[in-house]
Design a protein around this ligand. Structure first.
Ligand SMILES: Cc1ncc(COP(=O)(O)O)c(C=O)c1O
Length: 384
C-alpha cells in the first residue's frame, strides 16, 4: 500500500531494517562503535558504525523512500554531503557546472577543489538554459549542481529542463534540496541523479543538531557514495540521527506554518517605503511564481528584502527583539541576517551583485511564532 509522505514520517520507526523485538514506538539508539560478528542473528550484519549502523539506517531507509531513490547516506553535516558528492564523482581535471547562486559553504568548497585538485568550475545563471547548453557542448561536464529555490537569491530552477540537459550530455545532476525538502519537491523524479540536503534546517526543524544526507537515484550510484562515505568517514553518528528524527514527523505542518507566516510578512514588507524589493517565490510579484507553485507543494519560509539603505538594514537588525541575528534557517524562531556579511561572506561584491544580492539585502527565515508579534516587532524596530 502506497502511503502519503506524512504517514511515512509519522511512522519513522517502521523504516528500521529489522523490527525491534520489544516493539518500541521510537527506534533504539545503537550508540556503539563496533558489533560482535558472532552474536548477530538478523538479516543485516554490522561490524563498525562508520560503515553501517542500525540507527542510522532508519533515517537512510526513510530518506531513500521519500525522495524516491535507491539508497542514502546520512552525513555528519550538510556540507559533508556536498563534499561526499564531490569526492565521489570528481577527479583531477573534472569540470563542474554550478548555479552561481549557491550556498556560501558550497562555493568555498568548490574554490578548494579548483585550487587544490585542478577542477574547473563553471558558475552560471541556470535561468538561461541556452548558456548551460553552450557550456555542456564545449566541456566534458562531470557534474551539474544547483539548489532550488536558490539561497539567498530565491530563484526557481526548472529542474526538469536541467535534468533533460544532463541526460543529453551524459552528465550527473545533483540538486541541493535543503530549502524545499522532500515534503515539497522530489528532484529524482525530475531528472536528478542525486538529491542532497542539510537536515540541520527544516528537516530536523529545531536548530539543535547539524547533519545532512545524500540520496542516489540508482543502486550503482548509491554504492559508490557508500564506498566514499566509509573511506572518508563522512557518516553521521547515531545520537545525532536520534535528534534529527525527533523533528521529522512534524515536517509537513511546520512547512505549512513557515510558508503561511512568511507570506503575511512578505506582503507587509512589500508595502513599506523603506523596502525597495521583496524577493519571495510565494508572492505573485515573483517572476517565477508559476514555476514555484508547479514544482513545490510548499514554498519554504525564507525570503530576502532589499532595504533602501545599508544603514536602515543595519538599524533593523539591531533593533528587532524577536528576530535573532543568526545564520541558518528552518528553525522555530525567526531569524534575520545580511548575507553579504554572514552566510555569503565568501562571495566578492561583484559575485553577490551577479546573483542579485546587495549589501542592504536582509535574508529572513520566518519561524513559527505568532505572526502579529513578528509584524509588531518589525514596526517597532523601524519607528523613529
Ligand atoms: C542550501 C544549503 N546547503 C548546504 C548547507 C550546509 O549544511 P550544514 O550547515 O548542515 O553543514 C547549507 C547551510 O546553510 C545550505 O544553506
Amino acid at each position: 500500500m502506497s502511503l502519503h509522505v506524512e504517514t511515512d514520517l509519522a511512522h519513522i520507526q517502521d523504516f528500521a531494517s529489522q523490527a525491534d523485538k520489544h516493539g518500541s514506538s521510537h527506534f533504539p539508539i545503537y550508540n556503539t562503535a563496533t558489533f560482535d560478528l558472532k552474536k548477530q542473528s538478523g538479516n543485516e550484519v554490522y561490524d563498525y558504525t562508520r560503515s553501517g549502523n542500525p540507527t542510522r539506517e532508519v533515517l537512510e531507509n526513510l530518506f531513500t523512500h521519500v525522495e524516491h531513490g535507491a539508497g542514502c547516506v546520512c552525513t555528519h553535516t550538510g556540507i559533508a554531503a556536498v563534499g561526499l558528492l564531490f569526492e565521489t564523482v570528481l577527479k583531477a581535471g573534472s569540470h563542474v557546472l554550478v548555479e552561481a547562486d549557491c550556498y556560501g559553504g558550497t562555493f568555498r568548497l568548490l574554490k578548494i577543489f579548483e585550487d587544490k585538485y585542478n577542477v574547473t568550475v563553471h558558475f552560471k545563471n541556470f535561468l538561461h538554459v541556452d548558456e548551460l547548453e553552450e557550456v555542456l557542448q564545449n566541456h566534458p561536464i562531470d557534474l551539474i549542481l544547483c539548489e532550488s529555490p536558490t539561497n539567498p537569491g530565491l530563484k526557481i530552477i526548472d529542474l526538469e529542463a536541467v535534468g533533460k540537459l544532463s541526460k543529453k550530455y551524459d552528465s550527473l545532476f545533483a540538486v541541493d534540496n535543503s530549502l524545499a525538502t522532500f515534503i515539497s519537491q522530489r528532484p529524482l523524479d525530475l531528472g536528478a541523479d542525486f538529491s542532497l540536503f542539510s537536515t540541520t534546517k527544516y528537516i530536523s526543524g529545531h536548530g539543535s543538531v547539524i547533519a545532512g544526507a545524500i540520496v542516489s537515484k540508482t543502486k550503482e550510484l548509491a554504492k559508490e557514495i557508500g564506498f566514499y562515505a566509509n573511506a572518508h568517514g563522512r557518516s553521521q553518528n547515531p545520537m545525532d540521527v536520534f535528534l534529527i528524527s525527533l523533528g521529522i514527523p512534524t515536517l509537513k505542518i511546520r512547512m505549512r506554518e513557515h510558508e503561511k507566516n512568511a507570506l503575511v510578512i512578505a506582503k507587509f514588507l512589500e508595502k513599506q517605503s523603506y523596502i525597495s524589493r521583496v524577493n519571495f517565490p510565494a508572492l505573485t510579484s515573483h517572476s517565477q511564481y508559476e514555476l514555484a507553485k508547479k514544482q513545490m507543494d510548499f514554498i519554504p519560509g525564507l525570503f530576502s528584502a532589499d532595504f533602501v539603505s545599508i544603514e536602515l538594514a543595519e538599524k533593523f537588525i539591531q533593533k528587532t527583539k524577536i528576530f535573532g541575528e543568526k545564520c541558518s534557517f528552518g528553525s522555530p524562531d525567526s531569524r534575520i541576517e545580511i548575507p553579504a556579511k554572514i552566510s555569503h561572506a565568501t562571495f566578492s561584491k561583484a559575485e553577490l551583485e551577479a546573483i542579485g544580492i546587495l549589501e542592504s539585502t536582509v535574508r529572513f527565515s520566518i519561524g513559527l511564532e505568532n505572526v502579529e508579534d513578528l509584524i509588531e516587532d518589525i514596526q517597532q524596530a523601524l519607528s523613529v
